[in-house]
Design a binder for this molecule. Structure first.
Ligand code: ACO
Length: 351
């Protein structure tokens, strides 16, 4: 249809770019990932200079505001986070109305939506005043409010899913310690979490704090461009994250390993993947065609948790799948290797 093409041409250059792999949609100084060489930096600092040396909140502050916090700024940030108001009872009720064995991500998103509707300004009111444009103070407040509330919502969901009682947070514990407390993972005598686990969470959360223009970050920015509140942007990002090709892959991978069940069945699984009947979740990465730079730190964490992880019978199955895949031409020729998140899933479960 000539007319159609003529119209297209009149509107200037158009590029067909599935996956946005050739189009930059924003500039950013936050995170730099070099996929071919396998390294990443936060605000110019190599990840290896941060993990184990800085706390998760130091890192979050750096990522959000661009500089390491001073001791006072860090204290102030943490105090604000652990003192966000507890969600209204209606938020607990929304989460608890789900079947406990239902989708945890669905419950988290529902809990956040319930919180958003009780806390955030109504759209017409804020649109009239251009509430967010140029008001970085308000956006900062919402970011802090979100980060403080998010761990609470996740903890409520975790407790509902696992049949535990939710424990109220304490203002004398850290952000991460409170996550353990709320989810009931504390020593029965001291009522405090295991410091080794807290330290490992610090490291794991640093490693997954940001990863450049991922699918979820792109979804967040796309949503933010229409100026809703921070909670709504994060709900978009979480929905994108949950897809089985992104963060949701880890849940699928774990279920797949469970289905394989025994070391003896591992080869048959690999054969089905090679025949194109199935995908091996937890394998492959859009950017890294060499080793994921985070995997070395996750292996260190897994080493520290050897005793706990060894109790998980599925780990042997995962190792066997990995052993076969790493020697198989199908995987090596496509540069497919285990992505960092799969071992992180074992580490989380062990703790
Ligand atoms: N299992 C089997 N084959 C695979 C896998 C896999 N996990 N990943 C890629 N391939 C194959 C493809 O079939 C394709 O083969 P072909 O050339 O014969 O057609 C080739 O490798 C290239 O695949 P693409 O999908 O083009 O690779 P891309 O880099 O675009 O995809 C992705 C990356 C989506 C992560 C992919 O590897 C995948 O689906 N992995 C499984 C899901 C997963 O674990 N995602 C988590 C990523 S980490 C994160 O997001 C937190």
């Amino acid at each position: 249809n000539h007319e159609y093409y003529a119209d297209q041409n009149e509107q200037g250059v158009r590029i067909f770019d599935p996956g946005f792999s050739n189009t930059a949609v924003s500039t950013s100084n936050v995170t730099y990932v070099n996929g071919p060489k396998g390294f990443m930096q936060y605000r110019g600092y190599p990840i290896g200079d941060i993990v184990g040396r800085k706390s998760f909140l130091d890192t979050a502050y750096l990522l959000i505001w661009g500089d390491w916090p001073t001791a006072n700024q860090l204290r102030d940030f943490e105090t604000k986070l652990i003192n966000v108001p507890l969600p209204y009872q209606s938020v607990f009720n929304v989460i608890r109305s789900f079947p406990p064995d239902g989708s945890c991500m669905g419950m988290i998103i529902a809990g956040l939506s319930a919180l958003q509707s009780t806390q955030m300004p109504l759209i017409p009111a804020h649109a009239a005043k251009n509430l967010y444009l140029g008001n970085s103070e308000l956006v900062d407040q919402e970011i802090v409010n979100f980060l403080g509330s998010y761990v609470i919502v996740v903890a409520i969901v975790y407790c509902h899913h696992t049949g535990r009682d939710f424990t109220m947070p304490r203002s004398d514990l850290s952000y991460i310690e409170n996550f353990f407390l709320m989810t009931g993972h504390v020593d029965s005598t001291t009522k405090l979490p295991n410091p080794k686990y807290v330290d490992n969470f610090e490291r794991l959360w640093i490693l997954i704090a940001n990863h450049e223009m991922t699918c979820s970050t792109a979804a967040l920015l796309q949503t933010a461009s229409s100026l809703p509140d921070v909670f709504s942007c994060m709900i978009s990002a979480l929905s994108a994250l949950y897809g089985p090709l992104h963060g949701g892959a880890i849940e699928v991978a774990y279920k797949n390993i469970k289905e394989v069940g025994t070391v003896e069945n591992a080869q048959a699984k690999i054969d089905r993947v090679k025949a194109g009947k199935e995908r091996l979740y937890g394998y492959g990465h859009r950017l890294y065609k060499v080793k994921d730079p985070r995997s070395v730190f996750i292996r260190e964490i897994a080493d520290q948790l050897q005793e706990e992880i060894a109790e998980d019978p599925l780990l042997k199955v995962a190792f066997e799948i990995d052993r076969i895949a790493s020697e198989d031409e199908y995987f090596t020729s496509r540069k497919l290797s285990l992505n960092a998140d799969l071992y992180a899933a074992f580490a989380y479960k062990a703790m």
